[in-house]
Write a new protein. Sequence first.
Lengths: 537, 900
Amino acid sequence: MEVSVIGNPQTKKIYRAELTYRELGFRFGSQVISGDSRNRVSFLTHQSSKWKEIKIQSSPRSVRCEAIVSDQAPFLKPTPNSRSLESVKLFVGLPLDTISDCNNVNHLKAITAGLKALKLLGVEGIELPIFWGVVEKEAPGKYEWSGYLAVAEIVKKVGLKLHASLSFHGSKHPEISLPVWVAKIGEAEQGIYFTDRYGKQYKDCLSFAVDDVPVLDGKTPMEVYRGFCESFKSAFSDYLGNTITGITLGLGPDGELRYPSHQHETNLSGAGEFQCYDKHMLSALKHYAESTGNPLWGLGGPHDAPAYDQQPCSTSFFSDGGSWESQYGDFFLTWYSSLLTSHADRVLSVASSAFKGTGVSLCGKLPLLHQWNKLRSQPSELTAGFYSSGGHDRYEAIAEIFAKNSCRMIIPGMDLSDEHQSPASLSSPESLLAHIKTSCKRQGVVVSGQNSAASVLGGFERIVENLKDESVGVDLFTYQRMGAVFFSPEHFHAFTVFVRNMNQFELSSYDQAVEGDKAKTMSIGSGTTGAASLQTA
Amino acid sequence: MSTVPVEPLLHHSPLRRTSLNGARGFLPSSLNLRCHFTSKKLHSIGRSIASGNSLGYLSSERRRSVAIRASSSDTALVETTSQSDDVIFKETFPVQRIDKAEGKIYVRLKQVKENNWQLSVGCSLPGKWILHWGVSYVGDTGSEWDQPPEDMRPPGSVAIKDYAIETPLEKLSEGDSFHEVPINLNLESSVAALNFVLKDEETGAWYQHKGRDFKVPLLDDVPDDGNLIGSKKGFGAIGKLSNIVVKPDESGADVQEKGKSSSGSTKERKGLEEFYEEMPISKHVADDNSVSVTARKCPETSKNIVSIETDLPGDVTVHWGVCKNGSKKWELPAEPYPQETSLFKNKALRTRLQRKDNGDGSFGLFSLDGKLEGLCFVLKLNENTWLNNRGEDFYVPFLTSTSLPVEPEAAQLSEKTPKTNQEVSESGFTDEIITEIRNLAIDISSHKSQKSNVKEVQINILQEIEKLAAEAYSIFRSTTPTFTPESVLEAEVEEPEIKISSGTGSGFEILCQGFNWESHKSGRWYQELQEKADELASLGFTVLWLPPPTESVSPEGYMPKDLYNLNSRYGTVDELKETVRRFHKVGIKVLGDAVLNHRCAHFKNSNGVWNLFGGRLNWDDRAVVADDPHFQGRGNKSSGDNFHAAPNIDHSQDFVRKDIKEWLCWMRKEVGYDGWRLDFVRGFWGGYVKDYMDASKPYFAVGEYWDSLSYTYGEMDYNQDAHRQRIVDWINATSGAAGAFDVTTKGILHTALQKCEYWRLSDPQGKPPGVVGWWPSRAVTFIENHDTGSTQGHWRFPGGKEMQGYAYILTHPGTPAVFFDHVYSDYRSEIASLLSLRNRQKLHCRSEVNIVKSERDVYAAIIDEKVAMKIGPGHYEPPSGSQNWSVAVEGRDYKVWETS
């Protein structure tokens, strides 16, 4: 067993003696906050009028001791089950409109300065949203990567890692649409977009039902996505595996695996509506109904689902004992959610075969549909396509798909806390997050975190809690998103404190980088006895 | 790339200030021999420039350590003759390159004959060396000096006060740079030790030993403070010195006695031994070189051929660009480029000059398109060393076909905003910042530095982060407003403007704030002021700041309503005009107080909220920013902070800006204002101010950007760079079209004077710590105004210390502003003397300040080498040297001298 003490020389001196003492019993003349099954001990000591938090974290192989001096870390209170934040890699998202649709880098100077600032701050990397509608804008198979390549080069020069998000969706703010040629096809041929029961199309994402239908100039969307991925791979081959360490596949609206159940409504008072009314969806439903022996159920979606602006329980579908729990409900929701699952499977397999051997990790993002999740029906999840028959775990099947494709799952909303939700929305982001994390853990899926991009920046307190959560170790967190607000003095300061709390030693760790200074690593014994003694403390 | 002319001779290490405990370990070692000196005891401020990567020289400071000075003097050889028609420009610029010369100081004690010992102090470097020395007698305690006995004083010695004498070192032989002075010791006297420091009259630098006086013990029991020389104990000091951080690769880094060759012959006098010790020193020696530039017009090709020739040794790179279309912006010429040319960041070209065959300097030829208007360049000697022309780029104007002789003087001295250089240099060095910080960190870690340093580095890194974030913020934000295409804005941010800046006056301005918080009460302030016009003019003021003139909801005028109604509590519009006329007559320019951030509404909207305006500018709620819920504006979000008492104007609206510009122009014309004092400019983006200044073309403009300084646990931080950076950022955003009140300086003066912490008045670079230290020509220094003082007293200057404040701002660079209340107070005559001194000595906003002392209880500086000043209870006298100082003004805890 090895104990390494990382820190600057002075703190080291202080604690070395204590550490030796600690081996005997980890009594510090003050309280022992926790010592749990994963061999982590945190304790506080009051010394020379400054609070210093010391954590000892150990695993059978190694014991690490960090002396963390927190001068001003208002929210870094040791909590039970807390784990070290040092292992969490922090990424920051670039603006969605980093590259204009003419392939120029917007705010180049600001981004360059910003990246340098982040690098100095100790941020690990940058997330870059890459839009289908920018790269393959004019014609199928005609890719223009220059703008994004320029950004990759900047990121590389600054010495940051890059996480590319391949986005097969469009965006309203800022306005980025699907490729022009795709939009043209959409005009000409009805039914490639998600459509609600009023016939309104969601033009920022193709319907899951056309995944394998050759609607795009004789090609299926999946084939087009594959081409996109291959082109990306060859264009960025110099960066893959070194600068680019991760790729996120866009799985649906806003990149999230879901139906656009709210379309573009900004008012989320309702639970959203089912988006199963495009031509291909309806025909698939019909087919499915016939195959299960209920042809009448295949004529359309649920008739008693509430409208966008209606309360979920104002009609009978989502009420307790309502249609969703009926046989019909089970039939419909099973079908509706199976399309979502199979879409995820298709995209992720395309990507995993395309990027096999490049050394990058693949990710897919889920939504955090916490609105109304205190209702038994959890209607927001249902309209978005998350359902499991018989009250089983609605995320299990999805997590399985992720596991199968060795894909990480990005869960957003890590900044949301229950107390900030309006009671009327019956929402609990915290419990939903915990739930999804558990599903992932069960399937062995690695979880990455994000904040809820849509909401205001901040929420660091909650993020830290989430990242420290023992039960599922989040090892990568992407903070969304860079921009004017991000760098505003009010926000940036808070962000700085947040990062510094995560990377206590990032700034001084140059000591380690350049040294061969033996004095800094200290070994006490080896074997399991050391670990045992720590464990018993 | 920096072209800052530098004066780093007297640096103050930040470590000294910030980490008292840690400082010892970080005293730069190799030439810790320099110090200012005036009082009886030398204060050990010695520190080294050589340790360029010691902590003090992080990033931005780095360029200040460039030891080079370029100047073009009046003697510059200018020829624009017609004798050779094709020569269109010819000039030789003298440049001064400062070299570091290394040498040694040695001390030798030898026995000439029995009972006759001689101590020699010598130095191997050229210079005008003076030994400044005294003795300690047996039984003396403490470190005070005494005059040596008469018979010990070598001929030519001069007594300094009652504790020291100065003896010049003589050249050992002609043609040799060794200087030495021998002192015959009188061993019958009770002299216990000899103390000295070495002074170089040429540079005014003082050389000490390990931060203290040199001390040669003549008795065994002289207390050892680590500065003994030649004693046994002195040798033992080696161990003691080992905690000095030594940069391993530095040659001669050891302060420790090197060539110790003591004879070891023990004689009388309680074990007095012969010895010989040397200590390395270095000194900056100016080398004069020149750069000759000749431009010829080649009639055949209609190209301009520029030849640049210099006798500077080593590789010289010309960093250049061309000017076209009447602007002095650096632009890239069309290809082809000369040999050995590389492109630098798409902004400039770098051409290495060819070495001359005789190895004596280098030259280069540049063939440029005939249509270009000029060539700008600076010279680069190495990574850190740049040469420019008195702080400006070298500029070679090409004549157009009219072939009129240019006035080269004007061309080359024409006003450029300092921003130019700054900006250019900025981009050059921020790119390297990361590597640099890393190097620094490596450097530090190899020193096994103490915690305080890591912390220091972290703080520095954090500051750099903040700076970068601020930059990112300003661009992200400035590209958000929709009124101008992004590219235009980007260009504005990127291209430093090079133009004759309006809005900053002649540089010799002295402001008077012509009102206080009560002035509205009489109802006839304008008339009262008129009566004072002659008086204010004779006091020496050149600019008068009048109160806000518009109709206002509050009587003081800062809650304007109808901007076109200039009848206020101060008087009628006609009285205002008459006042302006009156002051113009006595030669005083007049500033109007323009409140542009907010405006009180005339009417309520349908919700009962006051946000609809009347009068000639009958704006609706689109003119009100959207992010103040009190006023339900329909405009965009504010581009700055909000002032909550009235609707904040949305300057991003075209119609608003158009109206404001029109209004300002109207005020210029109708009232006759010469310029503006801009109220609460924190409330909106500086870029809009630029827009307004460009439209109204003021002679002088100053903005009130007032926010809080930085404090830690109630104590003001020494480093207020972030604070002044915000002000400078604002000035930058206005493209330098307006100056700003130097709130930083006021704040630092508060603490320095109140708590007797005068050391605060020098920043780590040895410059003034306020805005005036960074951008003096845009800093308007003041100690009080109607808000901070008067009957409001929001942030009053420490009582009784006002004159120290004025002694500071009225002698220093920047444009000083004197508050009305102080003019008409007991201080009047003292202020009058300072004003007349400033005018008499022609101190101006860009005057050069050389801080010679900044200690606990005294701060002293010499300005433009003709005015010396000190504030604080401590002692200071200007150096007695070639200059003759006479006291000009004197008062409680301050004193100002001038050369006669």
